[in-house]
Design a protein around this ligand. Structure first.
Ligand SMILES: C[S@@+](CC[C@H](N)C(=O)[O-])C[C@H]1O[C@@H](n2cnc3c(N)ncnc32)[C@H](O)[C@@H]1O
Length: 283
């Protein structure tokens, strides 16, 4: 199951937000520190970076600055064609804060979907501190994507939605999420998916790109976004922590337009309630 939650106003005065929410910081990577490379390419991104540069949050961004730049550029290029962005998987709001920061310029509402209430609360508070004018357009859905489809998209519709997916990276979970979206295909403008270049330990089955191909077919069409690593880059070798690595030559993310792709899974006769019975939906 899943449901909308309210922002926790008690966090507004918290100095150590991650400690207040019990979220451990691992790498502490802040993409914004590398944003200078993109300065001057387009004004809306420059303004986002100026606003973000003054935050003093201790947090961690999990995508490259190249990816965040391309994400905002994609929203600009598709401006006017969607009215809601649904982000699946926020962690500490690296992508969400970029999305929220340009929601006014591109006139869309933002629904954040995550199985962690703490991640949603951190993200909302990060947005509120950097872009208070955008916070009113942001809703927090605690649950997974099939639950969001069940509770929000199937009963009410959501206009034309652009989905940003950076939730679970496991093959079966990504197929699961995309399968749920197939039942609301008429509401989808496009799907942007992160970590399509990632591989990891055998027991985690990290195959985001393969999950896309499983659902949209091996002939799917997409625009690559974000970083592409060369074979000589050390990040293409398994790391010493868990064995994650990036596949050389593969893009960090993919933008799939629904006008150019068709769901080839599940079978057209499949029923949502049979595939996602209410009692087993994630909380
Ligand atoms: C890789 S992080 C997101 C990073 C973030 N987009 C950024 O820019 O830094 C993944 C997030 O997905 C959430 N998550 C994991 N599995 C999920 C699922 N099945 N449905 C929704 N969220 C999920 C985790 O709680 C976490 O917040």
């Amino acid at each position: 199951m899943g449901h909308f939650i309210e922002p926790d106003r008690a966090l507004e005065g918290a100095e150590d937000l991650h400690e207040a929410l019990g979220i451990p910081i691992r790498s502490g990577y802040r993409a914004i520190r590398e944003a200078q490379r993109f300065h001057g390419q387009f004004r809306i991104f420059d303004r986002l970076i100026e606003r973000l540069a003054v935050d003093d949050l201790v947090c961690e961004d999990q995508c490259s600055i190249d990816y965040y730049f391309d994400l905002v550029r994609s929203l600009r290029d598709l401006n006017g064609e969607y009215d809601r962005v649904i982000e699946v998987g926020t962690f500490m709001g690296g992508a969400s804060v970029m999305l929220a920061g340009c929601s006014g310029s591109f006139d869309f509402d933002l629904d954040l979907v995550d199985i962690s209430a703490e991640h949603l609360q951190f993200t909302h508070e990060r947005i509120r501190r950097s872009f208070p004018e955008a916070a009113g357009r942001v809703r927090l859905f605690h649950g997974d994507l099939p639950a969001y489809v069940r509770e929000v998209m199937l009963p009410r519709g959501s206009g034309r939605a652009l989905v940003h997916h950076d939730g679970s990276h496991m093959f079966d979970q990504v197929v699961h999420d995309l399968t749920a979206l197939s039942f609301v295909r008429d509401q989808l403008h496009s799907i942007i998916v992160q970590d399509t270049h990632l591989r990891g330990p055998h027991d985690r089955m990290i195959f985001v790109d393969m999950a896309l191909a499983a659902v949209f077919g091996t002939g799917m069409t997409f625009a690559p976004i974000g970083k592409v690593y060369e074979a000589q880059d050390s990040r293409t070798s398994p790391d010493r922590f868990a064995g994650h690595y990036f596949r050389p030559g593969m893009p960090e993310g993919m933008v799939l337009s629904m006008a150019a792709n068709a769901f080839q899974y599940p079978h057209p006769s499949a029923a949502f309630d049979k595939l996602f019975p209410r009692e087993t939906a994630a909380a």
